[in-house]
Design a binder for this molecule. Sequence first.
Ligand code: ASP
Length: 582
Amino acid sequence: MYRTHTCGELRLEHQGTQVSLSGWIQTIRKFGSITFVDLRDRYGITQLLFGESFNDQLDAQPLGREFVIQAKGTVTERSNKNPNIPTGDIEITISEFTILNAAKTPPFTVQDDTDGGDELRMKYRYLDLRRNIVKQNLELRYRVNRSARNYLDSRGFMDIETPFLIKSTPEGARDFVVPSRMNPNEFYALPQSPQTFKQLLMVSGYDRYYQIVKCFRDEDLRADRQPEFTQIDCEMSFVDQEDILNTFENMMKHIFMEIKGISFEDAFPRMTWDDAMEFYGNDKPDIRFDMKLVNMNDTAKGANFKVFDDAELVVAICAKGCAEYTRKQLDELTEWVKRPQIGMSGLIYARYNADGTIKSSVDKFFDEEKLKGWAAKCQAEPGDLILVLAGKEERTRKAMSELRLEMGERLGLRDKNVFKPLWVIDFPLFEYAEEENRWVARHHPFTSPKPEHIEWMNDLSKYADIKANAYDIVLNGTEVGGGSIRIFQRDLQEKMFAALGMSPEEANHKFGFLLGAFEYGAPPHGGIAFGFDRLCSLLGGSETIRDFIAFPKNNSGRDVMLDAPSAIDQAQLNELKISLVK
Ligand code: ASP
């Protein structure tokens, strides 16, 4: 028997017990003639004490960090207790040990506070995974997984697997493709999500489906995106939007209670997409703090200040209590908005001083009375600072949304231990893709327009106004899930494909199976998918989803441990009838 107990299990009450432990050596300390070893496994760390009688054996066969050993001995009370670990009251006085496997000196220290850089730890991910911190993240992931499953199971959802080798129908992101040896010149695609399958399952009558499933998207990698990621994917029949929001709001509440012990008494707030854009400048508002965007077009234009007069949008935020920002701080903020990522040419500010006076960076154009008008519009009070951006509408709104987040960060208003979920609803059905010169589906082409807007699909000039029965769930400024009520009639689905610029032939070629299915009794249905990695990272209080994935890719989409992607040999290429471009 390799072990009677784990390295996290023994306490003072076990004193005198003969035990056997197996694990990895975390540290070795020699004190005169005795040697202390910290032995680690998944469950914790236990101190081993090798007495003087082992010295010859240890000299002949020295132990090293990360050696795997089995040690037998007696549980003894420590004279020097360690209150920081659960096993800190005891140690094992060793009577016998075996080296099960020696180890090379690890390339970094396998401890919470490691000396290993990112890339090195990715290369030796199996060592990194031994670290407590990483292990706790995976444990959290597993708990979230169980919690979601238990909830869904209790509500009658059925886990049904859907295929990974499917047909390429790029719409949204690019597909990863897989060549087929038996069908030369033909390719499978890896699913970007099980979207069409879960809809087909609804047609088949499995009215509550879920799957915790890998999805693959060959996107240009932005920071903290993974080419393969996991969704909690769900679909329901005979429901309207309200049923879905309730069901999945309750799932979130269930997870929060189980994982964080947090209970949300009230319903999650809901905000329309229009309001989110207007007051927060983006569709995933961080509502942990207020500082809403204020449209200043009416208040600020017409004072002969060209920057405002020429702008499509003049927009402000009020930073509470920041009137005392120094010149240096304001210059630095100005530089911040001028960074290429933000792209503004300047920042205008007005300080509403504690004594009631207002001074702005554009006093030449705006006297005190006008500035009081700004303050009124922004609901600023003495002691506040008004920050204003002006320019092209979209870019300016986006920049202000970034500045708002930055100010929230600087003012400590974005506490990662505070959780503020939010439903964003009434998304537009379409968005205009400048590069492609056409309207694309904002969520995906299976999303249902609001019934009252269906007729606008005949009128191009109305496309921007058509709203969908689509919703996102946002947590602390991050989208953690999104879904929609689906189209379930063939003619409406055809209309939608046509609106997206697909000819009937193309629509049939790509989605004939779905259009066909809609003719055999498709029930009204809708669903949602949660970004599981992201949800875990938020619950774990971390910014990076990589920390919550056992074997993640790096920021360039590479697995540096496997060294993938990589070339394949000529024989494989021949079999696949693929020739490489030089
Ligand atoms: N399949 C969608 C996605 O991956 C989610 C949904 O509409 O249920 O975003």
